[in-house]
Design a binder for this molecule. Structure first.
Ligand code: TYM
Length: 327
C-alpha cells in the first residue's frame, strides 16, 4: 500500500526560507513516493485576526508557491482547508476528546498568546483542528518543522485515545523531521527560529525577496565571535545556521561546505551564500509570477478540494458511526 502523506501551511505573512527548507522542500520530495495531500490551512489562519481581502489573496499566493516550488497537482492533492467542511466537523469532535490540560501545555499557544489582551478560543483549540487535518486522511507521515513536534505528539495521542474509546478508526501518524533544516534560525538572533511574524524583516529570507534584498539580508546576518567557519550549533549557532542553509540550497553536505571555506573568512562565505540563495530562489520566483497571474489556481484548487472531500467523507462516515452521532 502506498503511504499517505499530509501537511499544511498557514496563509499568513510571507512564506520564509524556514518554511521552505523545513517543510515545503520535503513536500516536493515526497510526492513521488507517496499519496500526498497538501493543504492551505486558512481555518488555522483565522485563529489570529486577519484582514478578509488580504487572506483571500494570501490563500492564492500560497497555493501558487506550492506549485512554483515543484508540487505537481497530478501527483499531489493541493487544496484549501475551508473548502472541505469535514475539517471543522472532525475538529469539533476532537475538541470533545482533548483535555484542557493538554492544550494548556502547547508552547505555540503560549508564545502566540503571550502579552495579547484578547486571545481567541480557536487559538487554544487549534491543535484539535490540526489533528483533524491529519487524521481525516488516514495519514501515515507528516513532514513538518520542529516547532510542530508537540502538535504531532498530541495528534498521535488523540488518535490512540479515539481508537481505544470508539474502536479502530484512525491511522496513527508519524512525524517526519529533517536531520538538518527542521529548525532554521533567525538571521539576527540564532537562538530564535526564523519566523514570518518576527517584526524585523531582516531576521528572515522571504521566498519572494528580490535578489538584492537576499544579498543584503545575508551580508547583515549575525555571525559568531571568532572568525572560523565551523559547524557547531552549541558554540557557533549563527554560523552553523548559515552552513545549514548553504548545504540545503546547494545540495552539498555540511562537511563539504565547511572544507570549501577552510581558511576563508565570513565575508567570502556570506557573499557566496547570498549568490547560492539567489540562484536557488530566482527560478522559483519566475515560476511563481507565471502561475500567480495565470488564473489557473482557482480551478486547480477546486479539483483538489473535490478529491480531498471524497477521501475525508469515507473517514467521517466511520467517525460518525463509531461515535454514535446522527439520526
Ligand atoms: P506554519 O504555517 O507556521 O509553518 C509551515 C511549516 O513550516 C515549518 N517551519 C519551519 N521549519 C524549519 N525552520 C523554521 N524556522 C520554520 N518555521 C516554520 C513548520 O514547522 C511547518 O511545518 N500548525 C501548522 C500548520 C498546520 C499543519 C496541519 C501542519 C495545520 N494543520 C497538519 C501539518 C499537518 C503551522 O502553523 O505551520
Amino acid at each position: 500500500m502506498t503511504s499517505r502523506v499530509f501537511s499544511g501551511i498557514q496563509p499568513t505573512g510571507q512564506i520564509t526560507l524556514g518554511n521552505y527548507l523545513g517543510a515545503l522542500k520535503q513536500f516536493v520530495a515526497l510526492q513521488d513516493q507517496a499519496d500526498a495531500y497538501y493543504c492551505v490551512v486558512d481555518m488555522h489562519a483565522i485563529t489570529m485576526p486577519q484582514d478578509p481581502d488580504q487572506l483571500k489573496e494570501r490563500i492564492k499566493d500560497l497555493a501558487s508557491l506550492y506549485l512554483a516550488v515543484g508540487l505537481n497537482p497530478e501527483k499531489s492533492t493541493l487544496f484549501v482547508q475551508s473548502d472541505v467542511s469535514a475539517h471543522s466537523e472532525l475538529g469539533w469532535i476532537l475538541q470533545c476528546l482533548v483535555h484542557m490540560g493538554e492544550l494548556s501545555r502547547m508552547t505555540q499557544f503560549k508564545e502566540k498568546g503571550e502579552g495579547k489582551e484578547a486571545v481567541s478560543a480557536g487559538l487554544f483549540t487549534y491543535p484539535a483542528l490540526m489533528a483533524a487535518d491529519i487524521l481525516l486522511y488516514q495519514s501515515h507521515l507528516v513532514p513538518v518543522g520542529e516547532d510542530q513536534k508537540q502538535h504531532l505528539e498530541l495528534t498521535r495521542d488523540l488518535a490512540i485515545r479515539f481508537n481505544a474509546r470508539f474502536g479502530d478508526t484512525f491511522t496513527i501518524p508519524e512525524i517526519m523531521l529533517l536531520k538538518q533544516g527542521a529548525r532554521i534560525m533567525s538571521l539576527d538572533d540564532p537562538n530564535k527560529k526564523m519566523s514570518k511574524s518576527n517584526p524585523n524583516p531582516g531576521s528572515r529570507i522571504e521566498m519572494l525577496d528580490p535578489p538584492d534584498v537576499i544579498r543584503k539580508k545575508i551580508s547583515r546576518a549575525v555571525t559568531d565571535s571568532d572568525r572560523f567557519i565551523r559547524f557547531d550549533p552549541e558554540a557557533k549557532p549563527a554560523v552553523s545556521n548559515l552552513l545549514t542553509i548553504f548545504s540545503l540550497v546547494t545540495d552539498q553536505s555540511i562537511e563539504d561546505v565547511v572544507s570549501a571555506y577552510d581558511g576563508k573568512g565570513y565575508g567570502d562565505f556570506k557573499k557566496e551564500l547570498g549568490e547560492a540563495l539567489v540562484a536557488h530562489l530566482t527560478p522559483i520566483q519566475t515560476r511563481y509570477a507565471e502561475i500567480r497571474n495565470s488564473g489557473e489556481i482557482e480551478r486547480l484548487l477546486h479539483l483538489g478540494a473535490e478529491k480531498a472531500r471524497a477521501t475525508a467523507a469515507t473517514t467521517m462516515e466511520a467517525v460518525r458511526k463509531n461515535v454514535g452521532l446522527g439520526s
